[in-house]
Design a protein around this ligand. Sequence first.
Ligand SMILES: C[S@@+](CC[C@H](N)C(=O)[O-])C[C@H]1O[C@@H](n2cnc3c(N)ncnc32)[C@H](O)[C@@H]1O
Length: 254
Amino acid sequence: MSAEPGDLPCDEASVAPPRRIRSFVRREGRLTEGQRDALQRLAPQFSLDRLSGSLDLPDLFGRVAPVCFEIGFGSGTALLARAQAQAERNHLGIEVHRPGVGRVLIEIERLGLRNVRVMTRDAVEVLREQIAPVALAELVIEFPDPWHKTRHHKRRLIQPDFVRLACSRLAPGGFLRLATDWAHYAEQMREVCNAEPQLQNVAADGGFVPRPDARPVTRFEARGERLGHAVFDLAYRRTQTAAVDAPGPGVIHE
Ligand SMILES: C[S@@+](CC[C@H](N)C(=O)[O-])C[C@H]1O[C@@H](n2cnc3c(N)ncnc32)[C@H](O)[C@@H]1O
């Protein structure tokens, strides 16, 4: 007699992988007509969402160049500014919020940018499954959701497992740049990254760095300023010279 799925004993049925705590809540905000059109028309050229497995970044950008990866670009102000200011680099941005991705696609077309690609996916999964070790020259995470209530701190992106995974995707000498306007999260970021053996804090005192001039004021930075928050910037260089993959998938279980 063959067993039905419902026949599984409790202990076997309960081995399904637990749901990973995510750093975002997917809210399908309203898309404008222009964003909807851009997502349909331009995604085949500039979005990598259709792809699975490890990404061949030089092939997907059509050239070999250092890759800067921005996680959670929101409306894309900084991503687009960086792509224009650093034309010699390839810029990959990831954001789960589709209106922001639509806006970036509109601007890619308007500005005639050829060095930007976007994804509408969970960055943790993409880093783990699609970005090869040592593939990135820079990883930028500006104003990640602060999840300021204590019971939500587990949702914060910057945690030891995530930082280990992110670090493994950086080339030796590559940079991790972080910014936040939440003092408590800033301290958590500093502690977690300072404790990662393969990262070296660029600030000689192991603290924060001055605000980079190159960063335009992003929407969430402006919001923080309106609230009277100080802004904290951190910069780290990956030190290790051997290409070592992260042992764990950056998974936090509920
Ligand atoms: C507070 S906003 C900051 C946006 C932008 N960096 C800025 O400074 O204006 C954080 C963004 O990160 C995105 N996000 C959070 N976790 C993410 C993940 N795991 N993968 C992709 N995007 C994520 C959210 O959708 C949100 O738009």
